[in-house]
Design a protein around this ligand. Structure first.
Ligand SMILES: [Cu+2]
Length: 223
């Protein structure tokens, strides 16, 4: 065997058979797979004034947020398996910085409705229900939400970060309408909804080959 074959064989072993240890997934602020200066939570600040829903996107972190890799990871407990072998990000979140929205009608709540997505052809783009750090990961369901356009989700007013996953490199976005509804999600009359779009990209493709080249260089030098 020449050196190149040995190195490639070693790389294959390292990247496919290296023992993987189960770990808890990163919290939402640490799901950025790009420039670390863009770590942190990217909130949509929600307000309700005079019957009008207001949405303000917190910036930085910059949009689109960069997903991080879940390839080769073993996340625990089992509900976090959905983050394995995909890209994922949970930086986008819903927040009411002014506390409870006092203008809500009796029995009313805030609802989010998925209104559209963009994604590479043939890709999968999913969302799993998370929560916030104060509740703790144990309280998060990680159930799939927003599976199709028109799917709705009821917000309890606490900070909410969900995990968005994608299986192919590229750009992704999901658009939402935020509206006031009754306990079943039927829109309440007399309120004006607002819309926003969460944008994502996968890490630069150059990042992985460079890391592999670095490993190869190390192995060659060690010989
Ligand atoms: Cu947050």
């Amino acid at each position: 065997m020449n050196l190149r074959i040995i190195v490639l064989a070693l790389l294959t072993v390292l990247t496919t058979n290296f023992p993987v240890f189960a770990e808890t997934p990163p919290m939402p602020p640490n799901t950025n797979g790009g420039d670390p200066t863009n770590d942190g939570m990217k909130h949509i600040d929600i307000s309700l004034t005079g019957g009008v829903v207001g949405l303000i996107a917190h910036d930085p972190p910059a949009s689109p947020v960069v997903m991080r890799s879940g390839f080769g990871f073993d996340f625990t407990p089992e509900k976090f398996d959905v983050l394995e072998n995909v890209y994922f990000n949970a930086q986008h979140g819903w927040l009411s910085p002014g506390g409870f929205l006092v203008e809500l009608p009796p029995g009313g709540s805030i609802w989010m409705k998925r209104t559209g997505v963009t994604q590479p052809v043939g890709s999968t783009f999913n969302v799993y229900e998370g929560g916030n750090g104060a509740e703790g990961m144990a309280a998060w369901t990680m159930n799939e939400i927003y599976a199709s356009d028109g799917d709705i989700w009821q917000w309890d007013g606490a900070m909410q970060h969900d995990y968005f996953t994608a299986n192919l490199p590229g750009s992704y976005s999901m658009s939402f309408e935020v509206y006031i509804g009754d306990s079943n999600g039927n829109p309440a009359s007399g309120f004006i909804a607002a819309t926003t779009t969460f944008q994502f990209v996968t890490p630069e493709p150059a990042a992985l080959p460079l890391a592999l080249l670095g490993t190869m260089g190390l192995l060659v030098r060690r010989r």
